[in-house]
Design a binder for this molecule. Structure first.
Ligand SMILES: [Ca+2]
Ligand SMILES: [Ca+2]
Ligand SMILES: [Ca+2]
Ligand SMILES: [Ca+2]
Length: 499
């Protein structure tokens, strides 16, 4: 097996998937070997996750950082190297690490030291206590390509173990067992890390070189951008790092990651007529507004629609992308308006009274930026509807009066009640705007007109005495103080017999 791997390495080709190692890895993102006034020599790395679990922390304890180790004079070789300690045993993928010459006190605007610092970046002098330093090894004797790391570590100046020659040198990263992982060269055309280790011979040319974007095993992706220790090297480099952090990097086709992404915008969610409450089982429109960058041509990822989702309770959810109950999805093609002010409208009703929050989120979710989860939420109160019933029989002789009893429950008083009295000769609605449940309508068989009349002052329905036979009193509707109507009235028939 090892022979096969060695053969591949010697052939100068990359094995498929080598870019991202099982267990995670660390590549050289940028470096400066210039000793510019006020700035130390430094190397910037980016942590890459395990392809099988790309956002899990990576154990980099024992990884080796080195300059050129080719035992040939005139190629910048400084024996010795650095080895990362236990401080690095759980590094989040996408983390930027800068290791610099600890003998040089940098001038501003050098980023603050930290593990990590306030910006979340690890900026560490090489003489930090948890970095092991040595000067004695490696010893690499041509044509033996084996890299033999130190066995004894003690404090050594950067220049003695890591010094980056202005005429040409290299920076490299090796796994704990000293297997070469990644490195780049500059200056000396004949530079190699060690005879036979052709895989890592990436001649980037410039003593200050930065990966813009793409496969870090392709020297063509490095150029002499303005150095940015502790920060992404360019917008595209940031896009690459964001994908690494999000766990969405395709390690077999890293170059496709070099697209700038823009997070879509969701400005607000509004309800029809700006309502703050609605009756149960009543449809109302909900509209997501101020939608921007929803098209793939604007965000670089996909055409996005929105998903409406609701949560119980009056307190808005901290993360409406998690939990909740789906209402509906409005796909990209159903958005209206023009970027950056598109809208999406849906209709919703709730079968159960209570307090809810309705939220709008992206559909599908944005995967390329870790912090791209725009949303808007708005609370709504759902009111219960009143329930009513009417039943029984009343017999009337001329002059008789009976008080009826409409049973109303639920909803909120006052109620507007619409009754209807029906017989074979009349069919008359009676609307009572503020129905008094304690002093309900009276029906008297004492009217003189040819049809029944309702007297609002006495809350009395007068039936003309010329009438004879049966009539029905039914409830047409009950509307409560919120405007919620009865949906079911059962039983709903008071029989009135006139003799
Ligand atoms: Ca130098
Ligand atoms: Ca060197
Ligand atoms: Ca060295
Ligand atoms: Ca940088």
């Amino acid at each position: 097996m090892s022979f096969v791997i060695l053969s591949i390495l010697l052939s100068g080709q990359l094995s498929f998937g080598q870019q991202c190692l099982t267990g995670g890895s660390l590549f050289v993102n940028e470096f400066s070997g210039t000793n510019a006034s006020g700035e130390p020599e430094w190397i910037e790395f980016v942590v890459v996750g395990d392809p099988a679990n790309p956002t899990a922390p990576v154990n980099l304890e024992g990884w080796i950082i080195d300059d050129n180790n080719n035992p040939v004079s005139g190629v910048g070789t400084a024996t010795g190297h650095l080895r990362l300690g236990s401080l690095f045993n759980a590094m989040i993928p996408g983390t930027i690490i800068v290791i610099y010459d600890g003998e040089v006190v940098p001038f501003a605007p050098w980023p603050d030291d930290g593990t990590p610092n306030a910006d979340g970046v690890w900026v560490i002098p090489h003489n930090q206590s948890d970095i092991l330093i040595c000067q004695s090894n490696p010893s690499v004797i041509p044509p033996n390509p084996l890299y033999e790391p130190c066995t004894n570590y003690s404090y050594t100046a950067w220049a003695s173990c890591m010094g980056l020659s202005n005429s040409g040198d290299g920076v490299q990263v090796r796994q704990p067992d000293a297997t070469f992982y990644h490195g780049v060269y500059y200056g000396l055309a004949a530079g190699v890390f060690a005879p036979g280790e052709t895989t890592g011979n990436l001649m980037v040319g410039n003593i200050q070189s930065s990966l813009d974007c793409g496969d870090w095993f392709d020297a063509g992706n490095y150029s002499d951008l303005t150095p940015t220790p502790g920060e992404p090297n360019s917008p595209l480099n940031e896009a690459l790092i964001n994908r690494i952090a999000a766990g969405t990097l395709d390690c077999d086709d890293i170059d496709v990651a070099c697209t700038l992404f823009t997070c879509p915008v969701i400005d607000d969610i509004v309800f029809e007529n700006d309502i703050t409450g609605i009756c149960v089982n009543t449809d109302f429109d909900i509209t997501a507004t101020g939608l921007g960058n929803m098209a793939e041509t604007d965000n670089g990822e996909a055409d996005f629609g929105v998903r409406f989702v609701y949560f119980t309770g009056i307190v808005p959810p901290a993360d409406p992308y998690t939990g909740g109950t789906d209402i509906t999805v409005v796909p990209f093609g159903a958005l209206t308006g023009i970027h950056p002010d598109q809208t999406a409208t849906a209709s919703v009703s709730f079968p159960t009274a209570g307090e809810y929050n309705i939220c709008v989120v992206l559909d599908p979710e944005f995967t390329q930026l870790t912090d791209c989860e725009p949303f808007a939420c708005r609370p709504i109160t759902v009111w219960e509807e009143p329930e009513a019933e009417l039943s029984g029989t009343h017999d009337f002789c001329p002059g008789d009066c009976h008080q009826i009893s409409v049973q109303i429950s639920g909803g909120e008083a006052p109620y507007e009640v619409t009754l209807r009295i029906i017989s074979f000769i009349f069919n008359i609605p009676i609307t009572i705007p503020s129905y008094d449940l304690d002093d309900q309508m009276v029906i008297c068989f004492d009217g003189s007109l040819p049809i029944p009349t309702y007297d609002i002052a006495t809350n009395t329905l007068h039936i003309p005495t010329i009438f004879s036979g049966s009539a029905s009193l039914i409830i047409d509707n009950v509307i409560d103080n919120h405007g919620c109507s009865t949906s079911v009235i059962n039983p709903n028939n008071l029989t009135l017999n006139f003799f």
